[in-house]
Unconditional design. Structure first.
Length: 65
């Protein structure tokens, strides 16, 4: 279930020679009424977007990538 204030990740997924290529397209935020605000940094070429719960950011200083 989506809860207000939750951050979601928005992706554009393209099929490449080696499999699917996921490109981060922006973020979405859940409003109190359950609707979404979507903020895009890029526009997908095929017009399709995939929205999912945002993963925790890794600490690159601690060896994450």
């Amino acid at each position: 279930m989506l809860t207000a204030g939750k951050r979601l990740a928005v992706f554009s997924i393209r099929e490449g020679k080696g499999g699917s290529i996921w490109v981060r397209a922006g973020s979405a935020f859940v409003n109190k009424d359950g609707s979404l605000n979507v903020l895009l940094d890029v526009l997908p070429l095929d017009g399709k977007l995939h929205v999912r719960e945002a993963a925790e950011k890794r600490d690159t200083a601690a060896g994450g990538r």
